[in-house]
Design a protein around this ligand. Sequence first.
Ligand SMILES: [Zn+2]
Length: 394
Amino acid sequence: MTLFTARTFSELHKQPLTLTCHHCGAVYSRPKLEPDQWTQCVRCNSVLETYAAFTPSAWLAIILTAFISLIFANIYPVATLYLQGQGQAATFFDAVSVVWREGYQEVAFITFAAGFLLPVIHLCLLFMVLLPLSLGRLPFYFEWAIKMIDHLKPWCMVPVFLVGILVSVVKLIGLASLVVGVGLFATACAAIFITSFGRLDEHRLRLMALDLGVPAQLPSIPKPPSPARIRQVWAFVIAAVILYIPANLLPIMQITSFGGTSAHTIVGGVIELFQMGSWDIALVVFVASVMVPVFKLVALSVLLALTQFGAMHGLRRRTQIYRVVEFIGQWSMLDVFVVILLSALGQFGALLRIEPGTGAIAFGAVVILTMLAALSFDPRLAWRRAGYRRYISS
Ligand SMILES: [Zn+2]
């Protein structure tokens, strides 16, 4: 692999195409990339562009396959639980409707949106953009659609739902016999494809159109970051910290069986998994549900405070930390999905009944607030406050 460093602002006037680093605000002229090459910001080390190996037609084929996988993932049960001769199968929609009927409409709505509705809209938008591009045309809604694709991307959580199924399966193995269904394999396929669409952002789609000779708008140089964002991010962080307390103290689910009713908190669930001998799954849940939200809240608070005081040191390290916060954003949703699936599968009347608890609502709200905080934070502000302007001079 070859590292290809972008050229600087002084050369901008010779080449109209620019690449802007969204992490520090530096602007470069765009060099032509060969296979296995990428451009990287010399100021903060963020990757600006990688060589595009797939054409719009190739992406269209992948999108259609993802559509089919997503349909199968929702029609067929992800698993069937057997208890004393009775079987209980659960599809994704069963899980959502059970939680809705139990009175947790907010949790049901978040799951339906993140696990189905938004991924479907995301796929439709990609299809609507890539089909005309593959025919060499620019659709009239191109600008609107590529911006929407960027807004929707962080909220499509099919990969998190997949890990949620795996955790639920391990939790239930101790309670009753369980058979995994076609839905699980289809979810796995959909999750892999949807992860690959992470590369197709506004920037990549615009460059793809321009490379094909389609008359799309040239990449514009973004406006300077607004300092008002700092207060907005603080508001999200503080609200998340407050809700994190009931999210951990209140039970996220209740299990009723012959042995009586037991309430389970997030940490209690991790300990239980560990005692069952599934230390690897316990570790996954501990990282996703405890470490990730705490890390996000602490990291965002430190990044915000340093930006507010215009700290000059560690700008590259701070940008790296922000990239990690951005990347891990949706994974804390794991425990909410696990609770929902367990509630759908554990419906055996007096024998066994699993219900969501109020802690699940608080925890879902914490995840959404931390994601909004991370998305509202503009890392360019840290560089600007430290005296770095938009352009790198040669
Ligand atoms: Zn940069």
